[in-house]
Design a protein around this ligand. Structure first.
Ligand SMILES: [Zn+2]
Ligand SMILES: [Zn+2]
Length: 331
């Protein structure tokens, strides 16, 4: 990819992708785009490569579920999801799936050719032309996902989430696609908590999972039980019992200020109430531990406890973004 930076001293220029006015634009493949759009390209790269990377695969799917829930009612997004839904249906009934089947049912403004082109380029579908019909089969990427997850009852849910994440992040790179503004707002709000080298600046939200006995290594969930264990199993005097126990905790999320999220949403023209309604209904963005709260208060400030998967995906995004900006050649 060819990137060149251009700085306009006293005037603002329009980003050719998102339409925002900026003082610094980058020439990416002969299109002048802004730094937000570069972040979008990096975000897409995480999705398109993430499913092949064992350390990212689960996180990419977790974030993909949220992206699907955020854009589900968007008619533009529905056109992009439709082919995979119909593929699942044909797979269930065990029938051959063809381009003609899609053409017959296509009711969207976005052209089917454009959508199928993306599916083919991403390795989701492969189109085979034989005896006048164009049969749709699994592309390499979808084959790989079926091999990895095919043994599970929730395989199709997982594959659907992976594809929605992949498609939505891909649309960041398409000039004619309208932005999914809530997604941009979240990506920008969380990115503020990660520096350009990928270090997380947000405070973790931790939960105690138990007490570890340093004599035998056993993990005991409750403190009183743990004390009893050390005293009886190892014959330790009562006043020394606590010397042998270490509290163990896990980080279930990171704290993101609600006001930062609301600010970022408003900047993108999204009503914060609409977004928080999706947090309530679908658990978008937040951790998945049913015993822990989604919103916590610290020193009078309210925070959303964000799923660490989002942070890991955006840490990778920030690193790619930095590398993209570094690779530019100065004018
Ligand atoms: Zn832009
Ligand atoms: Zn022990």
């Amino acid at each position: 990819m060819y990137i060149q930076q251009e700085v306009y001293e006293n005037r603002l220029r329009k980003c050719e992708r998102c339409g925002k006015y900026k003082r610094v634009l980058y020439n990416v493949n002969n299109m002048m785009i802004c730094s937000d759009c570069i972040r979008g390209i990096a975000f897409y790269k995480v999705f398109s490569e993430g499913f092949r990377d064992p350390s990212m695969r689960g996180d990419v799917i977790t974030v993909g579920i949220d992206l699907g829930n955020l854009t589900w009612l968007n008619p533009f997004a529905q056109a992009w999801y439709y082919p995979i839904l119909l593929w699942m249906f044909y797979r269930d009934i065990g029938m051959r799936f063809t381009v003609e089947d899609l053409k017959l049912r296509w009711r969207y403004k976005t052209s089917l050719d454009q959508v199928l082109k993306a599916y083919v380029e991403e390795g989701i579908f492969k189109i085979i032309t034989d005896d006048e019909k164009q049969t749709i089969t699994e592309g390499d990427a979808l084959k790989e996902m079926l091999k990895k997850y095919g043994d599970r009852p929730d395989a199709l849910d997982i594959i659907g989430s992976w594809i929605s994440g992949l498609i939505i992040s891909r649309l960041h790179g398409e000039s004619e696609a309208p932005d999914f503004r809530a997604v941009n707002a979240i990506v920008n709000a969380i990115s503020e908590y990660i520096d350009s080298d990928g270090n997380i600046k947000a405070a973790p939200y931790t939960k105690t999972v138990g007490y570890r006995c340093d004599i035998c290594g056993m993990l005991i969930p409750y403190k009183e039980e743990a004390k009893k264990h050390v005293a009886t199993a190892h014959r330790v005097p009562t006043d020394e019992v606590m010397n042998h126990l270490r509290e163990e905790s896990v980080s279930i999320g990171y704290l993101v200020k609600l006001s930062d999220l609301a600010y970022s949403l408003k900047k993108e023209g999204v009503k914060p109430e609409r977004f928080f309604e999706r947090v309530e209904r679908f658990g978008v963005l937040v951790h998945e531990d049913p015993e822990e709260p989604r919103v916590v208060e610290r020193d009078g400030v309210r925070y959303l406890v964000v799923d660490p998967a989002w942070f890991r995906v955006l840490v990778r995004t920030r690193i790619y973004e930095r590398d993209l900006l570094r690779s530019r050649t100065r004018a």
